[in-house]
Design a protein around this ligand. Structure first.
Ligand SMILES: Cc1ncc(COP(=O)(O)O)c(C=O)c1O
Length: 932
């Protein structure tokens, strides 16, 4: 690897840079040779670049090892001119992706296809016609056998094939894992019976980028099972890959045993045609976008519309004299695709039976859920649907107080008793982190002590948080299920839909963690460990709180039910039109009853005229994620790391700005690995940290600390980034700005951002130079104010007793719905200016908010209906200088309850729900520890 390759986050970067360097060097070499200048030092550097590429190229079909070796031979035999032409052509094909379209290249060809510049006609004909992908073949074979196999697959190509592919042959288990990790063009893998365990090549230089974790267990298996072990390992890294097995032994027997690992199993002697057709068919299955296709064909049919929607087929627009610019701007297609029809090949979102149903089933496969629902009004609505479906009035829900407003409103509408959880605080940046597991367990145990555990229905957390803090999802669920075996989890993954497509992120997603946990609970090993736990601490139900808080708990495999829901704003991190979201379900008790309540909730919140364009974009976004999610997410992370490196290593920028690292955003107590900057120290380190730490940081979200600029976060966003440079960002705190990278982020957009930040820093530098002593002192005061913590972020102060459950021991949950609606009666409320509230609080009175009070930023409700004011809340509000505080009127102050309202509330408490079984227990559902 190149000197300083630690700076690289992926081998693709190394490879791209090595090819570009090689192009430059071989061109210089050819020139020097033509001019008969000495070439000695240049040949050394070319050799170095070739050495970097040699261990990498074997994982890609283009240009392919034979072509690479031929190019190297040209160099070693002194044919520098031809070598340079070849390198230039390969590099350009790689840089522009034109090799995907140029289906005439042949890695094995002896001719000089690479020895001339492509003509314009060549370039024009090289435009992508049909999608290209690569297929990994795992078998130890000779070069001749490999060439023959490649030719055999090529012979099956037909002009009307929908796709075209090339094969990459690797000889060993290790090489197969590395190829799957590195080559994003792979879409399928054919495992043949004879393959080695270890790579014959020196893989040490690749260790920084790939981890071969799990490959050691291969030795423990007989040869027949190795294919299965490999299939499992590949599926862990790339679950979307279609796996095929080719074997010469009893296929029928293997098909019975291994068919769940492989898409198809073939007998070697039957040749490769069926395999070829299956490979194309597998890709076609993922490529299908049923709803998009249905909408497209519908849009091209002539229709007579005697229904609503005059814009349908552009009818009210194309003949208009005044709004024709609407068609000019949007194009006609979008109006052709506008229809209210639910038949004629289309479908109804509220009762899908056709292409929408299929589209949702495909999404379930791609996102690893058992059921997926499309939502056309964002995750704000998805969250309300899930909560309404599962929570009855009076059920207790544990929720991060710092969660999105849709949960606050959703829980209020559902009539839940809300128990707020406090996230850890990041006072220096005026931000919250995530909710520590001890806080969640403590609340559950407090409810247990109060005899209310049976009423606890759901735990609701945001993963990842806005700022990129990621939970150990499996561990949270595992430990909570040990205390409350039927707890339902709703993971708000509004910002995390992309995570499914990266092998390091995936285990921390709700759907994958649910599946892993269900599998774990069926393992005999788990039962043994659970029995050991009983031996050590007795049954969890009877154990002391301290004991339960101090150890990692295991759930009872006979009682725990895996009931997991995730809501994702597809539009935030993957391709979808705005508001496109999905609900993913992995619920062992998702029987008819839950399906019905979910349907009712869906009907409650969904328009009867859902937007077809959003639905079609969800369908296409799913197709893209299934076929190129892996590549796009990897590139997204690379771009984020480029941004981080550029800020932190720029001499001027780093004077004023700094990217906050894992160590800044996650206190050491939650990071047993002790590694401060996981990805920067190599992918295996990142894997280790993501495996072990309670919280990790999503590196694709870059929070930049700007305290030293003296400019407050919100002004930085509006006045500097947006107004002057058109850079859009979402979140700021007092002294930070958050830059999100997504699959849409390009290297050029990162470069532009850096340019803008450098310009801002330069201007600041110039302004500082011109400042008078008084101005400089004012600037220093501004810096000091931003760099010193403001008033500490307040914890949840508690509900007024009128809105809590008065029976038994007091616990923290409150009835937000009652507290919210009581305020509809104006005679129960009054407005108080902050000073008056302060005086009353100081005098020991309980002042109670009637509504949500949410300053932006930070954007979480400092007060919710029924919550009492505390000195910390008042101090915090006083310290804010944000212009926007939802629920507070600058002219009138806070809206609070009069005492008489609180007295009435105390005497009109509703009875708790009659039983705790809820609407969900369904005899038809899986038995405990049931199937996946
Ligand atoms: C954590 C979280 N959940 C839900 C939402 C709402 O998502 P949507 O904009 O798709 O309605 C947001 C929006 O910012 C969010 O941050």
């Amino acid at each position: 690897m190149p000197a300083g390759s630690n700076a690289y986050n992926s081998l693709w970067q190394v490879r791209n840079d090595a090819w570009s360097t090689l192009e430059e060097l071989t061109a210089q070499l050819a020139l020097a040779c033509a001019q008969q200048r000495p070439v000695g030092p240049l040949t050394d550097t070319v050799a170095e670049a070739l050495n970097i590429l040699a261990p990498i190229e074997r994982f890609w079909a283009f240009p392919g090892l034979p072509a690479f070796f031929k190019m190297r031979r040209l160099f070693t035999t002194g044919k520098y001119d031809r070598c340079a032409t070849r390198v230039a052509r390969i590099n350009r094909s790689l840089a522009t992706d034109s090799y995907r379209a140029d289906q005439t290249w042949d890695a094995d060809a002896e001719d000089d296809a690479y020895d001339h510049e492509p003509s314009q006609a060549d370039q024009a004909s090289a435009r992508p016609t049909r999608p290209y992908f690569e297929v990994l073949v795992v078998e130890d074979m000779t070069e001749d056998q490999e060439r023959a196999l490649r030719e055999e697959f090529r012979r099956w190509r037909r002009p009307d094939d929908q796709f075209v592919y090339e094969i990459v042959v690797v000889p060993s288990f290790d090489d197969a894992l590395m190829a799957a990790r590195l080559n994003f063009r792979l879409q399928a893998c054919v495992v043949r019976r004879r393959f080695a365990h270890r790579s014959r090549n020196d893989t040490s230089s690749l260790r920084q980028f790939v981890s071969l974790l799990g490959s050691d267990d291969l030795m423990d298996h007989p040869p027949d099972e190795r294919a299965q072990v490999l299939a499992r390992a590949l599926a862990r890294i790339r679950p979307e890959l279609d796996l095929y097995l080719m074997t010469e032994i009893a296929v029928e027997d293997l098909a019975g045993r291994l068919s769940h690992h492989f898409r198809r199993i073939f007998h070697t002697r039957e040749g490769s045609l069926e395999l070829h057709l299956s490979i194309l068919d597998g890709i076609a299955a993922r490529y299908r976008a049923p709803f998009f296709s249905a909408l497209r064909s519908y849009s091209h049919r002539p229709t007579g519309v005697f229904h609503a929607l005059p814009v349908s087929h552009g009818k009210s627009i194309v003949n208009s004299h005044w709004i024709r610019d609407m068609v000019d701007f949007y194009g006609l297609e979008i109006f052709l695709a506008e229809t209210s029809a639910t038949c004629g090949g289309l479908d109804s979102l509220l009762e899908p039976t056709g292409p929408l149903r299929e589209a949702q089933e495909l999404a379930a496969q791609t996102f690893g859920s058992r059921r997926t629902y499309f939502v056309t009004n964002g995750t704000s609505t998805a969250n309300k649907i899930v909560v309404q479906a599962l929570v009855r009035p009076g059920d207790i829900v544990l929720v991060d107080r710092n969660c999105h407003q849709s949960h606050h409103y959703g829980l209020m509408l559902a009539g839940a008793m809300v128990a707020y959880l406090d996230a850890y605080r990041l006072n220096p940046y005026s931000m919250y982190g995530a909710v520590p597991l001890t806080e969640i367990k403590s609340q559950l145990l407090a409810l247990r002590r109060a005899g209310k555990l049976d009423r606890v229905k759901m735990l609701l957390l945001t993963n990842c948080t806005f700022d990129g803090i990621v939970y150990d999802v499996q561990r949270v669920m595992q430990e909570c299920l040990a205390i409350k075996p039927d707890l339902i989890f709703l993971w708000d993954e509004a910002w995390f839909a992309f995570a499914r497509f990266h092998p390091v992120y995936r285990p921390r997603t709700a759907m994958r963690a649910a599946r892993t946990l269900a599998e774990l609970l069926r393992q005999p090993d788990h039962k043994t460990s659970y029995d050991a736990q009983i031996e050590a601490i007795g049954a969890v139900d009877a154990a002391d709180d301290e004991v339960l808080l101090s150890r990692r708990l295991l759930p009872d495999p006979a009682r725990a039910r895996i009931r997991v829901y995730a809501t994702q704003s597809t539009h935030k991190t993957l391709t979808s039109l705005r508001q496109g979201s999905m609900i993913h379900v992995w619920d062992q008790d998702f029987g008819q009853k839950v399906e019905d309540t979910l349907h009712e909730a869906y009907m409650t919140h969904t328009s009867t005229s859902p937007n077809y364009q959003i639905l079609a974009s969800l369908d296409l976004g799913r197709r893209q994620a299934a076929l190129e999610g892996f590549e796009l997410v990897q590139k997204q992370i690379e771009n984020a790391m480029r941004l981080r490196d550029a800020v932190d290593h720029h001499p001027l920028l780093s004077k004023y700005m700094r990217c906050l690292s894992t160590a800044d955003l996650i206190p050491a107590e939650y990071r047993p690995s002790g590694i401060d900057q996981p990805l920067r120290s190599g992918l295996p380190n990142m894997i280790h940290v993501w495996d072990t730490d309670e919280f990790v940081l999503d590196p694709s979200r870059v929070t930049i600390y700007i305290g030293n600029t003296g400019i407050e976060g919100d002004s930085f966003k509006r006045q500097q980034l947006m107004d002057r440079y058109g850079v859009q960002i979402n979140k700021t705190s007092r002294n930070t700005v958050l830059f999100m990278t997504t699959i849409g982020t390009t290297r050029s957009s990162v470069a532009y951002l850096i340019e803008v930040l450098v310009t801002i820093a330069r201007e600041l530098e110039a302004q500082l130079g011109d400042m008078s002593p008084a101005e400089r002192a004012a600037h220093e005061r501004a810096v000091l104010r931003l760099c010193n913590p403001s008033a500490p972020l307040p914890d949840f102060s508690g509900f007024h007793p009128s809105f809590t459950d008065s029976r038994g021991q007091p616990t923290s949950e409150g009835d937000v719905r009652r507290a919210f609606y009581l305020a509809y009666n104006d005679s129960y409320c009054e407005y108080l200016m902050p000073d008056e509230v302060e005086q009353r609080v100081e005098a020991g009175e309980q002042v109670v908010s009637t509504t949500y009070v949410t300053p932006y930023p930070p954007g979480f409700p400092v007060l919710v209906p029924g919550q009492v004011f505390s000195p910390q809340i008042l101090a915090f509000m006083r310290s804010l200088d944000t212009p926007e505080v939802h629920g507070y009127r600058a002219d009138l102050g806070y809206r609070v309850y009069l005492d008489k309202a609180l007295e009435i509330a105390a005497t009109t408490r509703p009875a708790p729900p009659p039983d705790s079984a809820g609407p969900t227990a369904d005899p038809a559902a899986d038995p405990p520890g049931g199937t996946t």
